[in-house]
Design a protein around this ligand. Sequence first.
Ligand code: C2E
Ligand code: MG
Ligand code: MG
Ligand code: MG
Length: 282
Amino acid sequence: SAKQSGRGRTVVRDHSTGVDIGYARQLGHDLARAVLNDEFTVYYQPIVDTLSHRTVAVEALVRWNHPRDGLLPAAAFIDIAVRTGVVNTVGRWVIDEVCKTMRTWMDEFGDTGPTTAYINLSARELLDPTLGYALGRSLAAHRIDAAHIGIEIVEDDLSDPIQIARLLELHDLGHPLSIDDFGTGYSSLSRLLEFPAVLAKIDRSFITGLPNKRNARVVEAIMAMAKALDIQVIAEGIETDEQARVIEASGCQMMQGYFFGVPQSSHELEETWRYGSSAVIG
Ligand code: C2E
Ligand code: MG
Ligand code: MG
Ligand code: MG
């Protein structure tokens, strides 16, 4: 289906995804150059403990400082990066950047800073046999223990036994594994038996509808299952006080969303922590 865009360009959209194919192709070209030009940056979103509201972890989310289109969220380009394979290079850079940042945070904030940074890995990155080596090299370079770098994986992406094997390796190396967008996959329950996740993130689509009764019951059901399996739960995409209160009552251990903090640069986060700790002391 083609139609004229505002700029007089013919827009051709992919039938299944609605993505503007011409723009996607352009971004694909730009991505190859972006890696060489160092145009990526990592934003960090706070993950707070439900009881104390203290930031106990962060999620690392890649951003692209596009020279023409400005700062692009991962949602705007990560699928293209996966399709073109650039995601492997970007992912390596993200891993090293996150380890570097964790080192500076641990040096400045110690136990009062976040203890875990979660990175997102696509299924494609899990297929790369040198992933474990790259992770190990960055951990060593910045003197970070694997326990401090968690790995989020969207279970619906996993189709190959090699990917499961790689997750088991990462788990054995000491990385906490987390199932992202939990509940949206077609095989959530069987996946739980295939790899040793210690954490599941309730997808935002379940949180958005809260405090609606039916949504609240789905959250309760996920919590009951997680408890039976000894898995901790993060609720993601919390945007309102009302949603936070339902989650607090559910027994969910951690919370994440715009209500608690948007993804931001490491420097911005450091400022809030410095301000926060001095406010407590002074
Ligand atoms: P995700 O891991 O499920 O990350 C959550 C997404 O929701 C992020 O979008 C985040 O900015 C956004 N978000 C967080 N809180 C809220 C909220 O309260 N309300 C709303 N409406 N949105 C919220 P982002 O950064 O565009 O990332 C999109 C996806 O791209 C991520 O989904 C993740 O699957 C992937 N991704 C991000 N960074 C990386 C990376 O470094 N490597 C790989 N392979 N994938 C990445
Ligand atoms: Mg994630
Ligand atoms: Mg998610
Ligand atoms: Mg997602």
